[in-house]
Design a protein around this ligand. Structure first.
Ligand code: SF4
Length: 365
């Protein structure tokens, strides 16, 4: 049971509160203490100070379409429910024609296309280039945020090209930005157990730094709530903060709550953990403009509450997402613009429909 006096006094966290108020950067030890504190409201109060300093009450969303072009993947990461092997039941690969028909029929409702897929080892390079070109041809205003650093690294190895060449080719074909997935958690210990064959932190960061240098901004994520420690979470945040100091290429940080797909799994992210993760990331990532509450992974109701715990972005309409859905997420498959506006307004915030670069398209003040 929380003691109100304890909340008022920021017991055990007063020194951190003073740093937050004065805008001083928090240390690794501060981050660990915040994560280990059960004074959730104090965490929220401090994170909200930073949130309002950076973004006031503005809360962003975008009309976006999540397109998973294929789930066929040469890897088999233990935490992943999305991948299938070629020919296996549930495996899919969308033809370019089908993708273009989908985009054409819905283009008035799409500001941003978010596209990621498995590591498909028999698709030609032209598939990806024509995918981008085709969408831009349908509507050049659609912003394309596609391919994780893991996919970019895979393309480079598969097609015998440098990461830089792949990124330049994709940019030339229409790539505007990259999503933040694939980072999972920057821990060699966890990687060895859960995604041993996937690129590690150094390679992920290397691809992202190259993208930022070439003028391709990105988001960053952290998958939490599985077997990682609090210390590993904070180390992940600090590495991202260091990259951002150098490149300034990240728009938003998105904590992703793990959805267990193994029936007897004892690990999953709870509501309190979701709110703590939003608050601690807002406090530690002082150089990230935005913290996004991804409602698909934490549910719209917790995402709405997180707007008082440091988040200033609710992602968007997110139609057709399959990665979390195949992991058993029971949240809605899409939200309408009206629903997003209501969620934000009921949280006492100002809904802002944004484009992919956080320019205001419509304010609902
Ligand atoms: S997480 Fe990505 S790389 Fe790993 S198996 Fe799933 S789709 Fe493949």
């Amino acid at each position: 049971m929380l003691d109100l006096q304890e909340i008022d006094a920021f017991t055990g966290l007063e020194d951190v509160r003073q740093k937050v108020v004065s805008g001083e950067r928090l240390s690794r030890e501060d981050g660990i203490r915040l994560y280990k504190s059960n004074n959730l409201l104090a965490l929220g109060y401090m994170a909200n100070l930073v949130r309002e300093r950076l973004n006031g009450s503005r809360t962003y969303f975008v009309k976006n379409y999540y397109l998973n072009y294929s789930n066929i993947c040469e890897l088999d990461c233990k935490f992943c429910s999305f991948y299938r092997k070629e020919g296996q039941e549930g495996a899919f690969l969308m033809s370019l024609d089908d993708i273009f028909k989908t985009v054409e029929s819905d283009k008035d409702n799409i500001t941003e296309m978010h596209m990621v897929g498995g590591l498909h080892n028999s698709l030609p390079y032209e598939y990806y280039l024509n995918l981008l070109r085709g969408i831009k041809k349908i509507d050049p205003r659609i912003h394309i945020k596609a391919f994780t650093a893991v996919e970019i690294d895979f393309f480079a190895r598969l097609y015998g090209l440098s990461v830089e060449k792949v990124l330049l080719d994709l940019k030339d074909a229409g790539l505007d930005a990259m999503p933040g997935g694939g980072a999972e958690i920057f821990s060699d210990r966890v990687r060895a157990k859960m995604f041993a064959d996937k690129i590690g932190a150094d390679q992920w960061i290397g691809v992202i730094k190259t993208a930022h240098r070439l003028g391709i901004p990105s988001n960053a994520t952290m998958l939490y709530g599985h077997m990682e420690t609090i210390e590993e979470r904070v180390d992940h945040l600090i590495r991202l903060r260091e990259v951002q100091d150098e490149t300034k290429g990240f728009f938003a940080f998105i904590p992703l709550a793990y959805h267990p797909h193994i029936e007897d799994s004892t690990q999953w992210a709870t509501g309190v953990d979701n709110l703590k993760s939003i608050a601690v990331s807002r406090l530690m990532l002082d150089n990230f403009p935005h913290i996004k509450a991804y409602w698909i992974s934490m549910g719209p109701k917790v995402a709405q509450i997180s707007l008082g715990f440091g988040a200033d972005d609710l992602d968007g309409t997110v139609r057709d997402e399959r990665v979390f859905r195949m992991a058993g997420a029971s949240t809605e498959t899409a939200l309408t613009k009206r629903q997003l506006v209501k969620l934000i307004k009921d949280a006492g915030r100002i809904p802002i429909e944004r484009d992919a670069l956080y320019n205001t398209l419509e304010s609902f003040a």
